[in-house]
Design a protein. Structure first.
Length: 403
């Protein structure tokens, strides 16, 4: 019972009433126009009523086909009915037809609710005056005498008023449920949203990989070089100067890469900071060697002839592999083998596990980032320890359909 009483004064009930009244307000110009049009061809009461109905329904149905009506109805349903946030754009014609039916039903139901909202309170007030009249009052089928015998009329008026409020709540609740179905996203809307989210996620992952690989590599170099320079600052000033030069170069490259990524995030033109490719491999090896790593680089073929996308990703793969070696194994010898064949690119990096073990169990983003890059290029990757060494092997196809 308390729930039924709360329903009478619930804000949601009266918001839904406002939504229905809005439909009645929108119905008014259509109703006036239909009566004017029907009056031009009036021949009989039946013909006049039929023409009025046709001239009323047809324009509402046509108006409901306009895409902007779906946006309007969706916004009103969301704010007043409490319908779900996801309101589809409804570009397909099937969705437009559903919107047209919804718009027409909203206006007709709103017109009925609006008429009752105006007439019922006045009728209830009139029923309260009947017992106090000096003469009898003629109702539909009988005459009511004044006095206590008519005292049931005010009570019946209150019952009608309460029933009307409950009907508003019921119609509003039904409209809320139907809004999610009729005005909700269509299959095309859902597919477009999934594609948009997938594209956004892919772009975020790509930018995260760029930041991790470029800035992470630079910070690893800076950390190693700063520690080495601090240890030999007094005993070997020349080495300290070289370490500081390496720190400067790594930091500058990291700032260039960071500026490039931030430009992408701001949707600016980031062409001033192009991404590095295998053409920049010598610089990468030089800065890594300055950090103390011994790198035996074996390059076969022509890396400069690789497709730009493959060359960029391969550079980042090598960079991340060298960074992982410095971070997890320390200053150990690294064998880098890069072979460019006619149909595929092979990259292999081998290093001793070092005093700190393999170090790949810490949940970092190094190996997953390499695997993501290889997957995007439809390649294959293996990584793991064996015979006291850590090996990363990557194969990237250069022809469509090759594996």
């Amino acid at each position: 019972m308390s729930r039924l009483l709360r329903l009478l004064i619930a804000p949601a009930t009266w918001r839904r009433w406002c939504y229905l009244i809005l439909g009645g307000a929108l119905l008014t110009p259509y109703l006036i126009a239909s009566m004017v049009v029907a009056g031009l061809f009036e021949k009989s009461a039946v013909l006049y009523g039929g023409l009025t109905l046709v001239a009323l329904i047809v324009p509402m149905v046509v108006t409901g086909l306009v895409p902007a009506v779906r946006v309007m109805e969706g916004t009103a349903a969301r704010e007043l009915l409490g319908a779900p946030e996801t309101i589809g754009e409804g570009r397909p014609w099937r969705a437009r037809l559903w919107t047209s039916a919804w718009f027409t039903g909203h206006l007709l139901a709103g017109g009925a609710i609006g008429l009752l909202s105006l007439g019922l309170p006045a009728s209830v007030v009139w029923l309260f005056t009947v017992p106090f009249r000096h003469e009898g009052t003629r109702l539909i089928f009988f005459t009511v005498r004044p006095g206590w015998t008519a005292s049931w009329l005010p009570a019946s008026g209150l019952v009608l008023l309460v029933a009307f409020v409950y009907s508003i709540a019921g119609v509003g609740a039904l409209a809320t449920r139907l809004a999610a179905i009729v005005l909700g996203p269509s299959s095309a809307d859902r597919l477009a949203e999934v594609e948009r989210r997938a594209a956004t996620l892919a772009e975020r992952n790509r930018l995260a990989r760029e930041l991790h690989d470029s800035v992470g590599h630079a910070l690893s170099i800076v950390t190693v070089q700063a520690g080495a320079a601090a240890r030999v600052l007094d005993t070997d000033p020349e080495f300290a100067r070289q370490a500081l030069a390496a720190i400067q170069e790594s930091a500058r490259h990291a700032l260039d890469d960071l500026d490039h990524v931030l430009g992408l995030l701001r949707e600016e033109n980031a062409s001033t900071a192009p991404q590095r490719t295998l053409k920049d491999l010598d610089g990468l090896l030089r800065t890594t060697r300055m950090a103390g790593a011994e790198i035996d680089a074996q390059v076969e073929g022509e890396p400069g002839q690789l497709p730009a996308a493959v060359s960029r990703e391969a550079y980042r793969i090598v960079q991340e592999g060298l960074t992982n070696t410095l971070r997890h194994a320390g200053k150990v010898p690294v064998t880098l083998r890069l072979v460019v064949l006619s149909d595929q690119l092979e990259v292999e990096m081998i290093n001793p596990l070092g005093a700190r073990g393999d170090g790949r169990r810490g949940g970092g983003r190094g190996l997953p980032g390499i695997r993501e890059r290889v997957t995007v290029l439809r390649g294959q990757m293996t990584a793991g320890p064996g015979d006291g060494h850590w090996r990363v092997s990557v194969t990237i196809p250069l022809r469509r359909g090759s594996q």
